[in-house]
Design a protein around this ligand. Structure first.
Ligand code: FAD
Length: 398
């Protein structure tokens, strides 16, 4: 069999989008892949099967030199958003749980601090976020408010002038990585002015209780928490000073949606590549499945999904590099890439036949985990409504 067409940095990058990375950035991506293959991949299937997040996996992910890669520093290059994108791509290309675990701290939480903290808070917190001496996650969604959290957020924060502190009451749901992190960036409505604010609440604070959401059929390795806050008191310094309303939360979500869209794209590559490996070695009717026309059509569909998602993400990210962030742009990217992912994992599973529902081919993990990506960081419908509002001028959420 002839050797398949490959991209120089990413095997399935047919159009060579990753060639827009500098040499030093490419080296970071390739080094990440090597580390993932040796330290992370061997842990995945047992952890997924057991629905557990082993400490060894957490340590392996936290030891990846990614947020501020030394190789870039040596080359005198900044950490560009394009590299951040391909980093998320590569993590999810290995596994969506791993990408989500990394992104909860380095994406969601760090973005909340960088965009929501005062310059002094950023100067104090960011170095600790970078070296994981402070770990955090993002607590926005509530048991009764998912898609309508912007207007419905019910967790409250009441300022107590006598002690210069805030008292938080309410609940959060689905908070990824909360049980293994030091703090939860908790969004709560100020009882004085009705606006949404954000507080770094220690996991161990008095009045905080957490339970891992059990029996998940998607993202089984990544742990999500249901959190209750009962009269939880935090000092005034725990409030991120530049989050004064939901508009400021939306600034964070804009950046986070592109991060997740990069993960959806990486997972599309992972599923496609796993399916391609399988059909090249599996024989039926006396020859490899890869040689049948109907299989090749499915491979072409998957590769088409991947290539169009990559093109979308590279263009969006290069636009963001110039400072342009629009709600509708990242919402469209999240919506399209997640839908392409969902179609791709189904095709990948299909060409693997029965083995596509076992953990042996990697495809089953991508297939199940894609469902979580489809729903988090704004569901398909909510992202469509964000785009719809932008192109029609009419909000249709309610
Ligand atoms: P609902 O809001 O109840 O929606 C159910 C369905 O109704 C969806 O299909 C939705 O699109 C549709 N719908 C709702 N409103 C409309 C409307 N107006 N028009 C048309 N259709 C509508 N949140 C965090 O804060 N931090 C996290 O770390 C985090 N991690 C997550 C990890 C996982 C694995 C999952 C599944 C979720 C996570 N979330 C997290 C929460 C996630 O953002 C929410 O699940 C998401 O916003 C959807 O909310 P919901 O699940 O309550 O669904």
């Amino acid at each position: 069999m002839a050797e398949p067409v490959v991209g120089s940095v990413i095997p399935s990058d047919l159009y060579g989008f990753a060639e827009r990375l500098t040499d030093a950035e490419r080296a970071v991506v390739l080094d990440l892949r090597k580390r993932l293959e040796t330290t992370v991949r061997p842990l995945l299937n047992p952890a997924w099967d057991a629905a557990e997040l082993p400490q060894e996996l957490v340590d392996a992910v936290r030891s990846l030199p990614l947020m501020d890669p030394p190789a870039l520093k040596e080359a005198g290059e900044p950490v560009r958003r394009l590299l951040t994108g391909f980093r998320n791509f590569e993590l999810a290309r290995c596994d969506i749980n791993v990408g989500t675990l990394y992104n909860a701290h380095a994406g969601l939480f760090r973005t909340a601090v960088l965009l929501g903290g005062s310059p002094q808070q950023v100067a104090d917190l960011d170095p600790r976020i970078l070296d994981y001496s402070l770990t955090g996650v993002f607590g926005l969604t509530e048991p009764d408010h998912g898609s309508d959290v912007a207007g419905g957020l019910a967790t409250t924060a009441t300022y107590d002038a006598a002690t210069d502190s805030w008292v938080i009451d309410g609940a959060k749901r689905w908070i990824g990585g909360a049980t293994i992190s030091d703090v939860v960036a908790t969004f709560a409505r100020d009882t004085a002015d009705g606006q949404v604010k954000c507080f770094l609440v220690p996991r161990t604070a008095e009045g905080v209780t957490m339970e891992i959401i059990p029996h998940k059929a998607s993202l089984r390795i990544m742990q999500n928490a249901h959190i209750e806050y009962r009269g939880v008191r935090v000092p005034a310094t725990a409030r991120l000073e530049r989050i004064d309303s939901f508009k400021d939360v939306a600034r964070c979500l804009r950046a986070m949606r592109s991060d997740v869209a990069w993960m959806a794209t990486g997972a599309t590559a992972g599923a496609y590549e796993a399916a391609l490996r399988y059909v090249r070695q599996r024989e039926q009717f006396g020859r490899p499945l890869a040689g049948f026309q109907l299989i090749q059509e499915k491979l072409a569909l998957m590769l088409g999904n991947l290539t169009s998602s990559l093109g979308l993400m590279v263009q969006l990210t290069e636009q963001e590099e110039t400072g342009v962030y629009r709600d509708e742009n990242s919402a469209l990217a999240k919506m399209v890439t997640a839908r392409r992912l969902r179609e791709t994992v189904a095709l990948a599973r299909e060409v693997c036949g029965g083995n596509g529902i076992t953990l042996d081919t990697d495809v089953a993990r991508f297939h199940a985990d894609a469902e979580a990506v489809y729903s988090y960081e704004g569901t398909h419908e909510i992202n469509a409504l964000i785009v719809g509002r932008a192109v029609t001028g009419v909000g249709a959420f309610v």
